[in-house]
Design a binder for this molecule. Structure first.
Ligand code: S3P
Length: 404
C-alpha cells in the first residue's frame, strides 16, 4: 500500500520553504490537487517551486501576486497563506472553488485584525497595513489551520505572538518552524513565537499521510482474511489518536520501524482482520485530534455490535462539505443505522450494508469513506463525483482495485 505524502506537512513544507532564504529540498510531497494549489500560489508570490526543491523568497521578499490567489478546494492553503499575506505591505485576495468560498474565514480575519492587519471576508482580502503586533489569542474552536495562520503572521509581528488552544491540534507548523531555526515555545495548551528575520532552508522527507491510511486501516481490519502492510506512515502523537482508538476498539494494528524524521514520528503499520470489536465513544478533545478520520470511523461503527457515539465534532459541518449530513445520507442509503446530531452521529451496528448510489458532494473524504463502505457492502456502490479523491489521494481508486 503506497500512501500519498502527508497533506498537512506538504502544505507547510511548501509555504515555509517558500519563505526561507535559499533552496530547500522536499521529498515525498503529496501529489493531490490541494497541495498543487499551494504550489501555484507560492509561485505567484515569487517562490521557485520545482518537483523536489523550492527556492524561497526570504521573509522580507514576498512579491504581490498579479491577480487573486486561487486556493482551489484547500482550506489549509487559504488560511495559512492569509497569515503570511496579512503581514505584507500590499493587499492580496485569496479565492477558491465553490466549496472553499462557502467555508468560514472570519476565524482568521478576527485574530489577524487584532494583530493590526487589514483583513476582510468575504471575499478574503488581507494585507496592506503594517506593522503587525503580537497578541495572545485564545482559539474559539480547535483548529490547526487558524493556529498556524496566527503563528505565521507572528513571524512578522513586533513582540511575541501566543496561541492558546481549547484542545490539542496537529503541531506540524511548530515542528517545522523549529527545524528552520525559529524559537517556538510550546507548553501545555499554549504556543509562542517571536518576530523572526530569517528561516533556514530545510531538507524534508514528507511521511505518508495517516489520514489517507485511515481508510485502509478500516478496510484491512474489517475485510475477512486481510493483511495490509503500510510503510512510512506519519504517526505524530498529535495525529495518532485515531490509531489508538482503533486499537482500543479491537483492531489488530502493529507498528514497526518507528523512527523520527525531521521532528515527525514515522512507522510502518501492519493491519490484520480484527476478530472481536467493541463499540466506542469519541468526544470533544478526541474529536479534534481525529477530525479527518471521523468519517471512516463512522463506517467502521456500522460493522461493530452495539452503539457507538461520535460527538464534539460540530466542525464537520464546515469542512469541504457538511460531513455530518453527507455521511448520514450516504451510510443511511446503504442500510446503516446512523442518526446525525448537531456535533456527530450515533451509529448502531452491525448492519449488512448494501450497495447504493450515493453522493460525495464533491468532498474527497466523503467519497473515500463511502468507497470503503462500498467495499464492505453487498452489491454495487456508485459514488457521484468520485473523482474528487484527487484532492488528497489521486491513487485512491487504483489502490482500492488492487485490494479487490
Ligand atoms: C489541517 C487542519 C484541520 C484538518 C485539515 C488539515 C491542517 O482543519 O481538518 O484537513 O493541515 O492544519 P482545521 O484547522 O479547520 O480543524
Amino acid at each position: 500500500m503506497v500512501l500519498p505524502g502527508d497533506k498537512s506537512i506538504s502544505h507547510r513544507a511548501l509555504i515555509l520553504a517558500g519563505l526561507a532564504d535559499g533552496w530547500s529540498r522536499i521529498h515525498g510531497l503529496s501529489a493531490g490537487a490541494d497541495v498543487q494549489s499551494t504550489a501555484s500560489c507560492l509561485r505567484a508570490l515569487g517562490a521557485q517551486v520545482e518537483d523536489t526543491a523550492v527556492r524561497g523568497v526570504g521573509l522580507g521578499g514576498v512579491r504581490k501576486a498579479e491577480g487573486p490567489l486561487d486556493c482551489g478546494n484547500s482550506g489549509t492553503t487559504m488560511r495559512l497563506l492569509a497569515g503570511v499575506l496579512a503581514a505584507q505591505p500590499f493587499v492580496s485576495e485569496l479565492t477558491g472553488d465553490e466549496s472553499l468560498t462557502r467555508r468560514p474565514m472570519d476565524r482568521v480575519v478576527k485574530p489577524l485584525t487584532q494583530m493590526g492587519a487589514h483583513a476582510e471576508w468575504p471575499p478574503l482580502r488581507v494585507g496592506g497595513r503594517r506593522p503587525l503586533h503580537g497578541i495572545e489569542y485564545r482559539l474559539p474552536v480547535p483548529s490547526a489551520q487558524v493556529k498556524s495562520a496566527v503563528l505565521l503572521a507572528g513571524l512578522f509581528a513586533e513582540g511575541t505572538t501566543a496561541v492558546i488552544e481549547p484542545a490539542r491540534t496537529r503541531n506540524h507548523t511548530e515542528l517545522m518552524l523549529t527545524a528552520m531555526g525559529v524559537d517556538v515555545r510550546s507548553e501545555g495548551d499554549r504556543v509562542e513565537v517571536d518576530r523572526t528575520d530569517k528561516l533556514e532552508p530545510i531538507h524534508i522527507e514528507v511521511p505518508g499521510d495517516l489520514s489517507a491510511a485511515s481508510f485502509w486501516m478500516v478496510a484491512g481490519g474489517l475485510v475477512p482474511g486481510s493483511t495490509l502492510h503500510i510503510p512510512g506512515v506519519g504517526v505524530n502523537p498529535t495525529r495518532s489518536a485515531f490509531l489508538e482508538l482503533l486499537r482500543e476498539t479491537g483492531f489488530d494494528i502493529h507498528a514497526s520501524r518507528e523512527h523520527v524524521s525531521g521532528g515527525e514520528a514515522v512507522a510502518d503499520l501492519e493491519i490484520h482482520t480484527a476478530v472481536d470489536l467493541h463499540p466506542f465513544e469519541v468526544d470533544g478533545a478526541m474529536a479534534a485530534e481525529m477530525i479527518d478520520e471521523l468519517l471512516v470511523l463512522a463506517v467502521a461503527a456500522t460493522q461493530i455490535e452495539g452503539e457507538s457515539h461520535i460527538s464534539g465534532a460540530a466542525e464537520l459541518h464546515v469542512k469541504e462539505s457538511d460531513r455530518i449530513a453527507a455521511m448520514a445520507e450516504g451510510l443511511g442509503a446503504m442500510g446503516a443505522n446512523i442518526t446525525p446530531h448537531d456535533d456527530g452521529w450515533t451509529i448502531k451496528g452491525p448492519s449488512n450494508l448494501r450497495g447504493a448510489r450515493v453522493r460525495s458532494r464533491g468532498d474527497h473524504r466523503v467519497a473515500m469513506a463511502l468507497a470503503i463502505a462500498g467495499l464492505l457492502a453487498d452489491g454495487e456502490t456508485e459514488i457521484e463525483d468520485a473523482e474528487c479523491v484527487e484532492i488528497s489521494d489521486p491513487g485512491f481508486f487504483d489502490q482500492l482495485e488492487s485490494l479487490c
